[in-house]
Design a protein around this ligand. Structure first.
Ligand code: MOS
Length: 705
């Protein structure tokens, strides 16, 4: 018998594709609301100091202005837990300025243009205090911090192992400050009715928004409803909750009028976090044949003065290779900037830059092929914990991707390969990503006509949730996926976690599978013999519909080390005269459990690979050290890969059912693709040019002799 259409493993087209391309999909800022007022906030122009005076006279007199909020008249807000608050500093609460871009006023007017105009008329006087935004010059002030992982780990005697190692390497690697730049900037629309607040919000976590806004405003969470039907990308910047959501909710209450706040593109650089730059100090000791004896990785990242956000840039070193002695350490430097936040492939995506360039350096030092070096150091168990991996098909990934790429034809000598007037370089790297899972609930309803409604409060931020979740329900119930629809993005629906940490397929998918199985069991009890008679079974029982609730609670930690893996091979071309590095080919093979939909999965990985190209060659947000502000708060100065920067991206999967990660056998793929590509490209640039670069992104000037 043929498997049912839409069953798990089928590369089904996106069910919401037509809605998106025709503009029918309604994003937060598009929500039609009567009497809508528009809010625009004014941002501080200094990184540290006090507001002495804000001159509102001109703005107050401008047409259409309804109210201007500053720290002098904004109601006091209560602190909210951070996370899910993106930062602990609540907006418009005092005259203190702690970062450039901090809101100092919110102008509300009848139209957007009126609010923008009035905001442009506001001038503030400050008492400026000495500030520093440069963490690299203050590494001596590195401080301890910790969040959900340990900051430091120790295995074996690293000092002794390094001292006795025939091959030693000690280098510093750097990554740059980067910004999430989703097509849709963060936006929120707040309205109050009978003491009940509804927020239509561009968010990755409706329950996080509800919690933070309710806490800040001092109202019960039950009086806040948050919806997010579609979001135009998130990548982490919509994962936590930022000042604009709290401001919109508070101001709408004061005005007793619906209010919309949409961040400008410039404000997205200061108002929803960023990925921190990093300094990664890597020390390796190895046998002459490249077998690792010791690995020490110390990482430092900047954070704000008021929060200790830690980017775990040494975390990959804990797990990636079989090393008997490993030390990892993480520190932060407090500077006068906003609080950083996770960005696509947080931690591991940054961490693998230092480790994987260092491994390439070791390969050359040992005279061993870079792929062979990874195989010689392959970890059969997690070296730090001794635990077995819940699933790991990385050997197959190395083989599949290397074969497809043609790695066997590589001449290892730097500068030896050419394509016409260009030097050609081939580089590779391993990828590793942590597995994050959250409790989830869901409801599945079989309707009178045999159609199926899946309800789960999760968010759709572009990943394909509106397709793969119906596939999972269809698979369990044995119905075609076209008969299944999903309601999501609403705190009135069954609760799930946030759309972050590549967790949705495992978490929400497992809850939906549970609800669907329970619905099927109820139908069987009513005498159904299969999907063909669901409608008839309900009719015979006198039911208009039948619902079942499902849930999934991931086990804590468990006996397994849980990660996804990949092997990435990149080709670059570097012109002889003007050495602009261009990526000409990327092949990646991935071990991420069972793949629910190969089409959306491939799309997720390709998207991640594009992030890797940005990490390697384009993305950085430099700051002016004197003004304490980003130099280019726009996409003309902050470069992300455009279509011409992106070559053919080949994605292969080494599938394996992982029963420990989730009952579906699936793991997360939203972020894995963004890992390993950056260092693979940097290694390819070395192979092309013989110039070893340890500071991403690689700029042309670094390659000029
Ligand atoms: Mo992702 S940075 O966990 O949204």
């Amino acid at each position: 018998m043929a498997p049912p259409i839409g069953a798990i493993g089928v590369g089904h087209d996106r069910l919401d594709g037509r809605e998106k391309v025709t503009g029918a999909a309604c994003y937060a800022a598009d929500t039609p609301v009567e009497r809508l007022a528009h809010g625009v906030f004014v941002a501080a122009t200094i990184p540290r100091g006090r507001i002495l005076r804000i001159d509102l006279a001109l703005a107050d007199a401008a047409p259409g202005v309804l109210r201007i909020f500053t720290h002098e008249n904004m109601p006091r807000l209560r602190p909210a837990p951070s996370p899910p608050a993106g930062q602990s500093l609540m907006p418009l609460q005092s005259d203190r300025v702690a970062y450039e871009g901090q809101p100092i006023a919110l102008v509300v007017a009848a139209t957007l243009e009126q609010a923008q105009h009035a905001a442009s008329l506001i001038a503030a006087e400050y008492e400026r205090q000495p500030s520093s935004v440069d963490f690299r010059s203050r590494l001596d002030r590195a401080a301890e911090a910790s969040s959900f992982f340990e900051s430091d780990t120790h295995l074996g005697n690293v000092d002794a192992a390094l001292a006795g190692a025939p091959l030693r390497l000690a280098q510093r690697y750097r990554t740059a400050d980067r910004h999430h730049s989703p097509l849709e900037p963060s936006a929120t629309l707040a309205r109050w009715e009978n003491g009940m607040l509804t927020l239509d919000d561009a968010t990755q976590y409706v329950w996080g928004v509800r919690l933070v806004v309710a806490e800040a405003l001092g109202i019960p969470a039950e009086r806040v409803r948050v919806r997010s039907s579609y979001a135009g990308g998130g990548f982490g910047c919509k994962g936590y909750v930022w000042p604009h959501q709290v401001l919109a909710a508070a101001a709408a209450r004061e005005l007793d009028r619906p209010l919309k706040v949409v961040l400008t593109r410039a404000q997205t650089f200061t108002s929803h976090g960023y990925q921190t730059a990093s300094e990664q100090f890597v020390e390796i000791g190895a046998q002459r044949d490249g077998r690792l004896l010791a690995l020490r990785n110390t990482s430092v990242n900047p954070t704000s003065q008021f929060d200790a956000y830690l980017e775990y840039c040494a975390i990959g070193s804990r797990t990636m290779y079989a090393v008997p002695a490993i030390e990892t350490k993480h520190r932060v430097v407090h500077v006068d900037r906003g609080t950083p936040t996770p960005m696509r492939a947080p931690h591991d995506g940054v961490a693998m830059v230092g480790l994987e360039i260092a491994m390439d350096e070791l390969a050359y030092a040992a005279g061993v092929d870079p792929l062979e070096l990874r195989l010689r150091n392959y970890a059969e168990r997690d070296p730090s914990t001794g635990k077995p991996f819940s699933s790991k098909e990385l050997r197959a990934c190395y083989r599949l991707a290397a074969e497809r790429f043609g790695w066997g034809r590589r001449d290892p000598r730097p500068g030896s390969m050419r394509a016409r007037r260009q030097r050609m370089g081939w580089g590779m790297a391993s990828a590793l990503m942590g597995t994050f899972r959250f409790p989830a609930t869901a409801r599945v309803t079989i309707e009178g006509d045999g159609r199926v409604l899946v309800e789960a409060g999760t968010q759709e931020i572009g990943t394909g949730v509106r397709t793969i979740i119906p596939q999972i329900a269809a698979d369990v119930l044995g119905v075609p996926v076209e008969r299944v629809r999903i309601a999501l993005g609403d705190t009135t629906l069954p609760e799930t976690g946030g759309t972050f940490g590549s967790s949705t397929t495992m978490s929400v998918g497992s809850a939906v599978a549970d609800a669907a199985a329970k619905a099927a069991a109820k139908l069987t009890e009513l005498g159904s013999s299969g999907p063909g008679d669901y409608a008839a079974t309900l009719a015979a029982a006198g039911l208009t519909h039948l619902s079942a609730d499902g849930a999934w609670q991931p086990e804590e930690n468990g006996d397994w080390s849980m990660h996804t893996f990949g092997a990435v091979f990149a080709e670059v071309r570097v012109d002889e005269d003007l050495p602009v590095p261009r990526v000409s080919r990327v092949v990646g093979a991935y071990s991420a459990g069972r793949i629910i939909n190969p089409k959306t999965a491939r799309s997720q990985i390709q998207g991640g690979m594009v992030w890797g190209i940005g990490q390697a060659l384009l993305e950085e947000s430099p700051m002016d050290p004197v003004l304490g502000r980003y130099l280019s708060k726009n996409l003309a100065g902050y470069l992300v890969p455009a279509s011409a920067d992106v070559p053919e991206l080949e994605v292969l999967f080494a599938e394996a059912f992982d029963p420990h990660a989730s009952p579906l056998g699936a793991k997360g793929i939203g972020e894995l693709g963004a890992v390993g590509v950056g260092p693979a490209i940097a290694n390819a640039v070395f192979h092309a040019t013989g110039i070893r670069l340890r500071d991403l992104p690689i700029r042309t000037e670094m390659l000029l002799g």
